[in-house]
Design a binder for this molecule. Sequence first.
Ligand SMILES: [Zn+2]
Ligand SMILES: [Zn+2]
Length: 279
Amino acid sequence: MYIKCWGSRGSIPVSGEEYNIYGGDTTCMEIRTKGDRVIIIDAGSGIRRLGKQLVDEGRCDFDIIFTHAHWDHLLGFPFFRPLYTKKAELRIHGCPFAEQFVDSILGKVMSSPNFPVDFADVKASIQYEATCPEMFMVDSVRVEPIAISHPNQGNGYKFTEDGKTFVFITDNELGHIHGGGLPFDAYVEFSKGADLLFHDAEYTDEEYARYKGWGHSTWQCALDLAIRAGVGRFGLFHHNQDRTDREIDGIVDACRKAAAKRGTRLEIFAVKRDMTFNL
Ligand SMILES: [Zn+2]
Ligand SMILES: [Zn+2]
């Protein structure tokens, strides 16, 4: 399984030299199966660059999986270049709500007077998965959702191929159970033994008092999850819009020190744009 990050920023895209290392695009991940099928997670602003690459490669067949409907995970969708090619086929997952996500982003955002291109100019064929299964396959990759603890709800996902596992849980508040969310231990159980875990780590403990209930975790809580789940590698995800590269480096340092104190050899990093992994 090949994995690439096209955007790991939270809430709103950012730009400027203080963001050059970790990048300013919002959530978009790409997974390629060993049979070379492309799975896309979320359509944050990072999907724009991914779409260009997929068109350059002449690809036209994709599975898109949405975590939830917040703008930062959808706003790149009208700029996903394959939408405007007739031969493109998109299968969209994310429970029945996914159809509403896509309708709202394409139908409402792409409407006059707010957007110059009409929804009718979308040429790709789009199919929606009508159900919300406990598990589904995309080629040789098994995909398992888990409900996130986040305002307006949504899912995290576990991707498994040939015994290797990637767990992707963003926009999940481990310190507070939102409607539809699960207790901390459920996320530990779900992530058990993952080779690679990306988890929301937007805040520090010091900041959290001000943002409790906003739907995001501290890096301290996310680290606790990674250690308890015994994952191999842990990537901090959904970087706050105001967090500079230097500040993110500082958080990674602090996180590594906290992990060392607990006697773990867990590999820790902050997820940056264009990072790739092979599991
Ligand atoms: Zn988000
Ligand atoms: Zn969100």
